[in-house]
Design a protein around this ligand. Sequence first.
Ligand code: NAD
Length: 265
Amino acid sequence: MRVLVTGAAGSLGRVVTVGLADRGHDVVGLDLVPAPEGTTSTWHEADCTDADAVAAVFAEERLDAVVHLAGVPEEASLPEELTSHVITTAALLDAMVTHRVQRLVYASSNHAVGRTPRAAGELTEHALPRPDTYYGVGKVAAEALLRLFVDRHGIDAVACRIGSFLEEPTTLRALSTWLSHDDGVRMVEAALTAPAPGFAVLYGISANTRAWWDLEPGRRLGYEPLDDAEQFADRIVARPEDEAEAEFVGGPYATPAFHRPALGD
Ligand SMILES: NC(=O)c1ccc[n+]([C@@H]2O[C@H](COP(=O)([O-])OP(=O)(O)OC[C@H]3O[C@@H](n4cnc5c(N)ncnc54)[C@H](O)[C@@H]3O)[C@@H](O)[C@H]2O)c1
C-alpha cells in the first residue's frame, strides 16, 4: 500500500513511517519540516493547512491511503486548534475525493471525550463527544468532518482516539492511557487495512491492565495490542496531582489549570 503519512517528522510520525515501511508499505512522508536524518522514503515539505500545497502532493503521488498525524498535539486557542486539526483534515479530504484515495486513518485523541468522568466506567466507541479543551473540540470537529466525507463520498475513515504515545509510561494515569510504540504501528496498520470500515472509532491504547477504554472496537478492525503498561507500574512515583487528574478521562487537560478564553493566546 502506498501511504501518505502527514506529520511524519513528529513523535508518532517517525515511529509510524519506519514501522509501516518495515511491514512492506511504501511510505510518502509529509511535514512542515525537512525529513529527519536517515529518512529513506519520499518526502514533501508542505503545510497541510494549505489546500493548494496538499493538492500538489496528491497530483504528484499515486496514493492508496493517508495517515493524518500532522497537528499541534497540545492546547492552544480555539482558532489555532480548528486550523491545526480541522482545516488540515479538510484539505486532505478534498484531495482524497479528487484523486479517489479511499482510506484515511486519523490521529484523534482521548481528549475528544476527556471531560467524561472516570466514574462513568469503561468508554465505548459510542461515547458522546465530551471534549476537555479546545484541542479536544478540534478533534471532535475533525471526527465530524471525517463522518461527513464517509457519508457523502463513501470513503473509509478510522479515527484513532490515542491515549499517551510514549516509549514507556511515566505517570499513574499513563498506566491506563499508554500506547506503546509497537502497538501504535499495529494500530495504524490495522486501521489502514481493515476491510471497508466506513466510519469507525477505536481507542489507541495498549492492552493495559488498568485501561478504562474499550479495546473491542479496535479488535473488530484487527488491532490486537500486545503491550501492557503494568510492567512499568513499580517504577511510577506517585505525585500530588494524581488525584485531581484521576477525576476525568482527560486527566490534566480536564483540570482548571487549562481553563482559558476560547479566543485568547
Ligand atoms: N503523542 C500522543 O500521545 C498523542 C495522543 C493523542 C493524539 N495525538 C495526535 O497525534 C498527532 C501527532 O502527535 P505527535 O505527538 O506526534 O505530535 P508532534 O508534535 O511530535 O508531531 C506533529 C508533527 O506534525 C507536523 N505538523 C504540524 N502542523 C502541520 C501542518 N499544518 N502541516 C504539516 N505538518 C504539520 C509537525 O512539524 C510535527 O512534525 C497529533 O494530531 C496529535 O494531536 C498524539
